[in-house]
Design a protein around this ligand. Structure first.
Ligand SMILES: C[S@@+](CC[C@H](N)C(=O)[O-])C[C@H]1O[C@@H](n2cnc3c(N)ncnc32)[C@H](O)[C@@H]1O
Length: 270
């Protein structure tokens, strides 16, 4: 059994918190259970600003997809760790720019597959694949990926708020494996949870590892994320708190959170 197969479950375990369902609750969604909500309450005790952080992250995802589609002509999106359906999902944003844009969602959580099949796959240009994002070769050879993502055309590979779910030695190999499969002119979008406060980094890392039964990596620091995008041309405005990545309206001071932030940006492949 390889790494990818090990982390794929087909049954929804409502007693163990899942990152997808916790994030859904933080965004105000209803696809979550008491165990997820209890874990979120524990999280809020360590990092009280986490609901604002989740909303800021989701707004970044919308903006980045729109910018890549509108200004860089990207028509293919591979969304790793896509999460539960919410408002303005990637295919809705991309297909508003171009009806023919293609989107494949990838997530290993069975609840994302269950809800995604009915609420994300609205047309034949959109698909959802249940896979472990570390299993790049299976993802790129999946029939829905080969049907929708042309390897000779630029693609945006999204890793938005997901790399903190992986262990230290898993992130870079995954990113390199994806880079090798992308056409020149493709983009990588990466952001993850970082904190300047050791207490938050250690507290959340330990809480999430225990709550999720080990399905968790680490809250990191900005330099870690910088390393993931090393060697790529980073597009404006560079790497930052994603709240400040090309905001489409004035950023209200209260939107800025300081317990921790989603930090990252966008790199272009030559
Ligand atoms: C915080 S959510 C981010 C959702 C979305 N990318 C966003 O930014 O709005 C993290 C997602 O990554 C998924 N995930 C975590 N580890 C994964 C793995 N190894 N393979 C695939 N998906 C994974 C979780 O199930 C969850 O849906």
């Amino acid at each position: 059994m390889d790494q990818g197969e090990q982390s794929i479950s087909h049954t929804i375990d409502v007693d163990t918190p899942s990152v997808a369902r916790m994030y859904d609750w933080l965004l105000g969604g209803i696809d979550n259970y008491p165990a997820d909500r209890d874990a979120c309450q524990d999280l809020l005790r360590i990092a009280p600003s986490t609901k604002a952080l989740a909303l800021n992250n989701r707004a970044f995802l919308r903006r980045v997809v729109k910018v890549l589609a509108k200004e860089h002509g990207i028509r293919q999106f591979l969304d790793h760790g896509s999460g539960l359906p919410t408002r303005d999902n990637v295919h809705e944003v991309a297909q508003r720019v171009d009806h023919d844009a293609r989107v494949v969602y990838v997530d290993n959580d069975p609840i994302v597959l269950a809800h995604g099949r009915t609420r994300l796959v609205e047309n034949e240009r959109t698909a959802i694949v249940q896979a472990d994002m570390r299993d790049t070769s299976s993802i790129f050879s999946h029939p829905d990926v080969t049907r929708l993502i042309r390897r000779d055309k630029p693609t945006a590979a999204l890793f938005v708020s997901v790399t903190h779910c992986l262990k230290d030695d898993e992130v870079q190999p995954m990113i390199e494996a994806v880079k090798q499969r992308l056409a020149p002119g493709s983009f990588l979008v990466v952001c993850q949870l970082v904190s300047e406060h050791e207490k938050v980094r250690d507290g959340v890392t330990s809480l999430m590892a225990t709550a999720t039964g080990g399905n968790w990596g680490r809250v990191r620091e900005e330099d870690d994320v910088r390393g993931y995008l090393h060697g790529l041309e980073i597009i404006e405005p560079g790497l930052c708190d994603v709240t400040d990545w090309r905001p489409d309206r004035e950023v209200h001071p209260r939107q800025h959170v300081d317990d921790w932030v989603e930090w990252g940006g966008v790199g272009r492949l030559d």
